[in-house]
Design a protein around this ligand. Structure first.
Ligand code: SF4
Length: 336
C-alpha cells in the first residue's frame, strides 16, 4: 500500500529500471489475486445521442458535426448473439446519456431479451451515464449486474474544468451516482483521465487514492486525447506530457500503482492506450491490467462513436484477439 507521497514520487520518477520493477511487481500481484487469464467484455456502443455537453467529448450535444444513431433492439441483440457465440462471457452496453422514459424502457427491454436468449449466461455491464436511483434499480432488476461510471477527476474544481456548470453537470451528483450504484448492488466501475490540461501530478495521486476510497470493483483509466470539435481542444497544449512515450509511461505507472492499491479488482486495458502506443494494450496487461474490451459495435457506425480523435478499433476485426496471455472465454470475470 503506497502513501500519497510515495505515489507522487513514483509518478515523477524518470528511471526506466524502476518502472520495469513496478510493472513486473504489479503483474505478479495481478496473477496472484486474479489469475493468469484476461477477461473480455464485448463493447457495444449502441447510441451516441447524449444530452450532456462535457467539454472534452466529441459526443457532446453541441457538436452538430457528429451524425447521431441508436441501434435497434434487433441490431443490439445481433451483436450480443455474436459475442455469445464467440465466447465473450460478458458485454458492455454503452451509450451517451439520456434520461427520458423511452430510452430507459428501451434499455430495460434489451437487457431482458439478452438475458432470455442467453439463458442468463451473458453478463451485462451498462455504461449509460448518470441516472436516478429508480432507473438504476429498474435496469439491475432486469438483469444488468455491472455499471461503469467514471468520475474523470476526483476534485470538484477540476471537474468544472471538464464540464460546464449547468443543470446537467454536477460534481456531487456524479459522485453520489457512483455510491448509489454500489448501494443497489452493482459491481461498480469508475476511473479517470490523466494528462489533462493544467493537471498536476498530485491530482493523479488523488484520483488513484479516490478509487481506493470509493472501493470500486473495476477501473478504466485513459489518457486525455483531444477532440477537435470540443472546447477543451483549445487548451490541448497545456498538458504536462507532450511525448507519446511519456504518456505511455504514465499510463503504466497509474495501472501498476492501482494494482498495488487494489489487488483484487478488475482493471481495464483501455482502447485509448492504442492511440499512444500500438503495443499499449499488451503493455498494460503486463503491468497489472486484466480486462480487455473488444469492440463489437457494427463497423459502419463505429466512427460515429468518436469521443476523441483517432479512436482505434474503427476498422479492427474484433474477433481477432491475439495476446501473450491466456484468455478466459465464457466467463463473467467478476471481482472476487
Ligand atoms: S463524456 Fe459521456 S456524458 Fe459527456 S458528452 Fe461524452 S458521451 Fe455525453
Amino acid at each position: 500500500m503506497f502513501t500519497r507521497e510515495e505515489i507522487i514520487e513514483i509518478l515523477t520518477d524518470e528511471s526506466d529500471d524502476n518502472l520495469s520493477l513496478l510493472c513486473s511487481d504489479a503483474h505478479r500481484i495481478r496473477v496472484e489475486n486474479r489469475g493468469e487469464s484476461i477477461f473480455l467484455r464485448a463493447l457495444i456502443e449502441f447510441s451516441n445521442r447524449c444530452q450532456k455537453n462535457c467539454l472534452y467529448c466529441g459526443l457532446r450535444s453541441s457538436n452538430i458535426d457528429t451524425s447521431r444513431y441508436i441501434l435497434s433492439e434487433d441490431q443490439i441483440i445481433a451483436c450480443a448473439v455474436k459475442s455469445y457465440n464467440i465466447g465473450y462471457g460478458s458485454i458492455v452496453l454503452q451509450s451517451g446519456e439520456r434520461r427520458d422514459r423511452e430510452f430507459i424502457s428501451f434499455v430495460t427491454k434489451v437487457i431482458k431479451e439478452i438475458k432470455r436468449f442467453s439463458d442468463n449466461k451473458l453478463g451485462i455491464t451498462l455504461s449509460c451515464g448518470e441516472q436516478n436511483e429508480e432507473t438504476y434499480r429498474e435496469w439491475f432488476e432486469a438483469g444488468a449486474h455491472r455499471y461503469l461510471l467514471r468520475f474523470e477527476t476526483s476534485k470538484e474544481e477540476n471537474y468544472y474544468r471538464l464540464h460546464p456548470k449547468d443543470r446537467f453537470h454536477s460534481y456531487s451528483d456524479r459522485i453520489n451516482a457512483i455510491k448509489t450504484l454500489k448501494k443497489i448492488g452493482y459491481m461498480t466501475g469508475s476511473g479517470f483521465m490523466y494528462n489533462l490540461p493544467n493537471e498536476r501530478v498530485e491530482d493523479i495521486a488523488d484520483n488513484l487514492l479516490f478509487l481506493k476510497e470509493l472501493n470500486v470493483d473495476m477501473v478504466g483509466m485513459g489518457p486525455y486525447i483531444p477532440h477537435h470539435e470540443t472546447p477543451l481542444y483549445e487548451e490541448r497544449n497545456l498538458v504536462r506530457l507532450k511525448e507519446k512515450s511519456d504518456i505511455m509511461k504514465l499510463a503504466l505507472k497509474s495501472i501498476a500503482i492501482l494494482r498495488h492499491l487494489m489487488p483484487h479488482i478488475n482493471i481495464a486495458s483501455t482502447t485509448a492506450l492504442q492511440v499512444i502506443d500500438n503495443q499499449g494494450r499488451e503493455k498494460a496487461l503486463a503491468s497489472g491490467a486484466n480486462v480487455l474490451m473488444p469492440n463489437l459495435t457494427p463497423d459502419t457506425l463505429r466512427e460515429n462513436y468518436s469521443i476523441y480523435d483517432n479512436k482505434p478499433g474503427v476498422k479492427e476485426d474484433s474477433e481477432l484477439i491475439s495476446l501473450p496471455f491466456p484468455i478466459a472465454y465464457n466467463e463473467w470475470g467478476d471481482t472476487i
